[in-house]
Write a protein of this length. Structure first.
Length: 294
């Protein structure tokens, strides 16, 4: 009887990280999380029925976020990682208060904390959706940390190019980079990719940056991607900040999140979602995608 009771208690106390995004972009975070911790308990919800989020109002985004977190909570999520830059800027304070004491972290604060590790001596550049950039949430978070030299740019065409599987085609992407990034400061030290779609741009973006910045080294994922001369440009993306947070959570609670229970949910067209997911996680075997209504 005691063994049965203990097994039930262990089952009840099992914890899950729940990742939430507007579509497949947050799978870049999933890939890094599960790649680093293959036996972790993790759920993913991509709200692709309501995608894209970048052109929605704050009230609409709060409504979408609340529905998503209601679902993740019903599935046993004990810590929420909001992998959507737009949601992190628009709805996070409301969601944190409404769902208290459920831990909810977005990409803004954790990514800005990661910037401090680099100790930038020059401008910090931020790329994101229209909502993310116009909200100035990243600006405020960085300024609160003492980082004042900022340059921002909304890049609304980046997401559809990634979604169409075109991000690796330099002849198509380089003109977009020249359009959006023509005023990127030559002495920029950090480039924040404030949308989880944007890491898929790296194969074409990094070489373009290397040329535009006169052969400066390009660092990505804290490692040198393209060598060069002069001060490096550090390209940071959402998974780095969120994994810093996960590392802290696992250090504080090293047992409860293990078990390898992993599920992926979407809100429209599971088969199409699965096909699109391969753009974001090439070569990675994902769990069967389950469609749900929110």
């Amino acid at each position: 009887m005691g063994d049965v009771h203990n097994k039930r208690v262990r089952h009840i106390l099992k914890k899950y990280f729940g990742i939430f995004d507007s579509g497949q972009g947050g799978l870049t975070v999933w890939q890094q999380l599960v790649g680093k911790y293959p036996n972790i308990n993790a759920l993913y919800l991509g709200d692709n029925a309501r995608y894209p989020y970048g052109n929605k109002t704050q009230a609409t985004l709060i409504h979408y976020g609340s529905k998503a977190l209601d679902f993740l909570k019903s599935q046993g999520t004990t810590t929420v990682l909001v992998a959507c830059g737009t949601q992190s800027c628009a709805a996070l304070p409301f969601l944190q208060k409404h769902f208290e004491p459920l831990p909810i972290v977005g990409i803004v604060d954790v990514l800005c904390q990661h910037v401090l590790k680099i100790q930038p001596l020059g401008p910090v550049a931020i790329l994101g959706t229209r909502y993310t950039i116009h909200s100035k949430t990243f600006n405020q978070a960085l300024q609160a940390l003492g980082v004042e030299n900022l340059w921002t740019q909304a890049c609304p065409l980046f997401v559809p190019m990634v979604e169409e599987g075109l991000a690796h085609q330099a002849p198509l992407m380089h003109p977009l980079y020249s359009h959006y990034l023509q005023h990127l400061p030559q002495d920029a030290c950090v480039l924040l990719l404030a949308c989880t779609h944007y890491p898929r741009l790296i194969p074409t973006l990094a070489p373009w940056l290397h040329g535009f910045l006169k052969q400066r080294p390009i660092f990505y994922q804290d490692a040198c991607l393209i060598p060069g001369s002069g001060q490096p440009l550090h390209v940071l993306e959402a998974s780095q900040g969120l994994l810093d947070y996960v590392d802290q959570q696992l250090a504080a609670d090293p047992e409860s999140y293990w078990g390898g229970q992993q599920r992926i949910f979407c809100t429209d067209g599971a088969d199409h979602f699965s096909r699109m997911a391969q753009i974001f996680t090439p070569g990675v075997d994902l769990p069967h995608v389950i469609q749900v209504d929110l």
